[in-house]
Design a protein around this ligand. Structure first.
Ligand SMILES: Cc1cc2nc3c(=O)[nH]c(=O)nc-3n(C[C@H](O)[C@H](O)[C@H](O)COP(=O)(O)O)c2cc1C
Length: 211
């Protein structure tokens, strides 16, 4: 469906889709609504990555940054997801807010955020979380839980001042530059509504999709 037709047809679309030129403004509007209704973590999303053997894997992460191009999350750079992103820097994200029965799917390419951006976010985290980033060898097998507790103790000794915990070299953020963003609204009798934005160079093209 072309842009013109979409516009002339917009009266038939649910007003929840609003009439935003780019998906980021609509994303922000939906996130603001979800923040009011979700019982916790409205910024939680399922992140899908694919390894060298084309095996997909998915896990939850938290959205911690949003620009007019990118969705940003933070993690351990030696984790399974990070290793997959190193070999295949593409990912998908999916938000699902049960309280408002809405879904947003995002696809795009991945790049590490600049060190300064990661530092800023890292330094905003509570002391315990910053120590945890040092102590956890994320996604590696662990003999006993006390191994982790001991590592936490060691790093607390190494960095006793709450104000001086540097960001571990193996902890940073990834930014997903969106190529496609799809908004899904629950409808009666499973007749849902879908609106997809596709990036074409510097502009976004909108299409509505069969449910
Ligand atoms: C609601 C929720 C939010 C999470 N947020 C993050 C996050 O922001 N970063 C992260 O590394 N792991 C987060 N996790 C843990 C991941 O789901 C996952 O267990 C971990 O990152 C290891 O994944 P991997 O082995 O695929 O790399 C979160 C888990 C849940 C349930």
């Amino acid at each position: 469906m072309n842009q013109k037709k979409y516009k002339s047809n917009k009266a038939g679309l649910n007003s929840c889709f609003l009439n935003k030129k780019n998906p980021f403004d609509l994303f922000k509007a939906w996130m603001a609504k979800a923040k009011k209704t979700e019982i916790n973590d409205p910024n939680a999303l399922a992140l899908a990555t694919v390894n060298r053997k084309k095996q997909p894997s998915v896990r939850m992460v938290l959205l911690k940054g949003l620009t007019n191009k990118e969705f940003i999350f933070y993690t351990n750079l030696n984790s399974k997801k990070s290793n997959e992103l190193k070999s295949n820097p593409k990912a998908s994200m999916c938000f699902h807010w049960k309280s408002i029965r809405r879904q947003i799917r995002i696809e795009g390419s991945i790049a590490k955020v600049p060190g300064k951006v990661a530092d800023k976010y890292y330094n905003s985290r509570p002391y315990g979380s910053r120590i945890g980033a040092w102590a956890s060898i994320q996604s590696r097998p662990m003999e006993t839980r006390s191994d982790l507790m001991n590592r936490i103790k060691e790093y607390k000794k190494k960095f006793p001042s709450h104000k001086k915990v540097p960001r571990p070299p193996y902890w940073s953020g990834f930014a997903l530059k969106a190529n496609e963003v799809e908004f899904w609204l629950d409808g009666q009798n499973r007749i849902h509504e879908r609106l997809r934005y596709k990036r074409l160079g510097s502009r976004w093209v909108k299409e509505i999709l069969y449910p």
